[in-house]
Write a protein that binds this ligand. Structure first.
Ligand code: GDP
Ligand code: MG
Length: 440
């Protein structure tokens, strides 16, 4: 998906305006890219229309090229398409939280029960999950759940294959209350196809235990089918969220793009492998970046852009190598950032840097650029060239001189160091030696 989109974006002119011809060409490519990724046709249509309207109607920001501008809109709309904000799981305010699984056979329900128990005990207040074996149709299903429970060292509630799944679920809930379990995870049966018997059983379990979450697992590999399945389950059960499994094997990602739009229910997690820790919270924004292959694409755009000063970038890289990267360079880069958009975008354009974990958390408030500059200008020439000499007393002086508080100065120096450290990773292999030099 991303390669095709990249080609589409780089084909746009670098002039000051988005021309209708540019846009038409780009939209054609984007439409094809999405359809190729197995995104639902209806969703593609709506999506392309929205991007089109916004792109044509938008004022061209001076700092962005037309390609960047369209890219930005595509990124925002993709994020929106997948729900906009991350939605957390719902936990009960009192008594045990009840979650039930739903989904076709092989979609990953049983595995996901284990993954959820693991994730929720690590990341939330949940301490004592109970896994409930309510898939009574396949004897192997109970064994599978028990194996998972052993790996996690959590309890299983099972009544064998003879009991009724609705009774099992109700009794499990009572058992959980009696035994101090704070989470009841109900594994349910699936079928090869959506059918009424299954839906009825799930509806009855839902009525009996009134779960906080009804989580539908869908297999990303099934593409368009995943969307139909999600729609059917949602209509029957009014699910609370979706977990897209096997995203590790799916490079197209079309299901993630369609499911939210079609069901209007949030994607809460993705499954990224068979192991019990292979569950990731779903962030629409990150998924969008991943789909767009943002880092690489920015580089492409960058190359096409006239005001990019390659020589300057090389000079900077050389400075990092020689460990002479200073606040003057930082200042120069801030100006560059000011000219071109957000610092995150800049960082993502620097090959290599965009792959560094945690890069998305780096935060420099662009609106405060003026304050940052004031602080840097309050440093002496020597301090700017050699930031490591800036002691506590110097920091206090700088704070007074710039009219900023000490915290702001500390913050800036921390960010400078972060930036320097990250840039030092550019010259791979030399990193450790360089850090030593710089800390002296
Ligand atoms: P259920 O029938 O819905 O309970 O599905 P299972 O939990 O038994 O999973 C079916 C198969 O898919 C098993 O072999 C799992 O290991 C595998 N599986 C489940 N989730 C994932 C995932 O996120 N990635 C990969 N690669 N395999 C998965
Ligand atoms: Mg199962």
């Amino acid at each position: 998906l991303s390669e095709r989109l990249q080609n589409a974006i780089s084909s746009v002119g670098t002039g000051g305006q988005i021309t209708e011809a540019d846009l038409k060409q780009m939209m054609r490519e984007i439409r094809l890219a999405l359809l190729e990724a197995d995104v639902n046709f209806q969703v593609v249509k709506t999506f392309v229309r929205r991007v089109n309207e916004r792109a044509l109607g938008s004022d061209v920001l001076e700092s962005l090229t037309p390609a960047q501008q369209v890219l930005k809109i595509v990124d925002e709309e993709l994020t929106e398409l997948m729900g906009g904000e991350r939605e957390e799981v719902i936990l009960a305010t009192s008594g045990p939280t009840v979650m039930m699984m739903a989904g076709l056979q092989g979609a990953g329900k049983t595995t996901t029960v284990g993954k959820l128990a693991n994730y929720l005990t690590e990341e939330t207040k949940i301490r004592k999950p109970l896994l409930v074996a309510a898939d009574v149709y396949r004897p192997a299903a109970i064994d599978q759940l028990q194996t998972i429970a052993r790996q996690l060292d959590v309890d299983v509630f099972s009544k064998g294959t003879e009991a009724n799944p609705v009774d099992i679920a109700s009794e499990a809930l009572a058992y959980a209350k009696d035994n101090g379990h704070d989470l009841v995870l109900i594994d349910t049966a699936g079928r090869l196809h959506v059918d009424e018997t299954l839906m009825n059983e799930l509806r009855n379990i839902k009525a009996a235990v009134q779960p906080q979450e009804i989580l539908l697992t869908v297999d990303a590999m099934t593409g368009q089918d995943a969307v139909n399945v999600a729609q059917a389950f949602n209509e029957a059960l009014d699910i609370t969220g979706v977990i897209i499994t096997k995203l590790d094997g799916d490079t197209r990602g079309g299901a993630a793009l369609s499911i939210r739009e079609i069901t209007q229910k949030p994607i809460k997690f993705t499954g990224q492998g068979e192991k019990l820790d292979a569950l990731e919270p779903f962030y629409p924004e990150r998924m969008s970046s991943r789909i767009l292959g943002m880092g690489d694409m920015m580089t492409l755009i960058e190359r096409a852009q006239k005001d990019y000063d390659e020589a300057q970038a090389e000079e900077m890289a050389a400075k990092i190598k020689d460990a002479t990267y200073s606040f003057d360079d930082f200042l120069e880069q801030l100006d560059q950032v000011n000219k071109m958009g957000s610092i995150k975008d800049i960082i993502k354009m620097i090959p290599g840097l965009n792959k560094i974990p945690g890069i998305d958390d780096l935060n420099i408030d662009e609106k405060d650029m003026g304050h940052l500059k004031a602080i840097i200008y309050s440093m002496t020439k020597e301090e700017r060239a050699n930031p490591d000499i800036i002691s506590q007393s110097r920091r206090r002086r700088i704070a007074r001189g710039s009219g900023q508080d000490l915290q702001a100065v500390n913050q800036l120096i921390k960010q400078f160091n972060q930036s320097r450290d990250m840039m030092s990773q550019l010259s791979k292999g030399k990193t450790s030696g360089m850090k030593k030099t710089m800390r002296q």
